[in-house]
Design a protein around this ligand. Sequence first.
Ligand SMILES: CC(C)(COP(=O)(O)OP(=O)(O)OC[C@H]1O[C@@H](n2cnc3c(N)ncnc32)[C@H](O)[C@@H]1OP(=O)(O)O)[C@@H](O)C(=O)NCCC(=O)NCCS
Length: 164
Amino acid sequence: MRDAFAIRLATVADAPVLARHRAEMFRDMGDLAEELYASLVDAARRDLADWLARGQYVGWVASAVERPHEIVAGAGLQLRPLLPRPDPARRPLRQGLEAIVLNVFTERAWRRHGVARGLMERAIAWAREHGVVRLVLHASTEGRALYEQLGFVATNEMRYEGDL
Ligand SMILES: CC(C)(COP(=O)(O)OP(=O)(O)OC[C@H]1O[C@@H](n2cnc3c(N)ncnc32)[C@H](O)[C@@H]1OP(=O)(O)O)[C@@H](O)C(=O)NCCC(=O)NCCS
């Protein structure tokens, strides 16, 4: 099945499809009210186009080999500097870039064919080559097994979304 799809780097021109992936991802996770769908797509498209242009976001899209213009899945990395920190394995300090994995989404008809795995492998390989020393993400129920297979582990992250 791996031969059935091709993966390439996303460009600024892909911002609309990446924004739609983001909204579809939240919808599938049950986290997006229908009345917010259009405004999320619109706002995400603007930010993604800007971040892609600035190099703050690197994305990948997958399409069927026979229909290269029809994008069936995507995934991306938002890059940010990592303040130097000790490494639990007591190796030299960990410093460089950290990336948060975002917008991992596969169209339903293409699920369970290894597309998201292929996208994530490309993202990890890119990170390794570009000074990213840590990847983080928030796993959906559907995504968790894939991330675990790739070597991601659960962490101690907490979140405050109270009086802000
Ligand atoms: C999660 C998602 C991106 C997976 O995409 P995909 O292209 O179907 O994933 P892959 O085919 O590469 O899956 C690779 C492996 O991950 C695991 N996996 C994928 N989807 C799974 C699911 N729904 N339940 C359990 N394990 C799953 C399986 O081990 C799978 O290998 P297998 O099919 O040989 O058993 C897709 O289901 C999706 O878009 N879901 C809605 C949005 C979402 O949750 N995104 C992730 C946000 S963190």
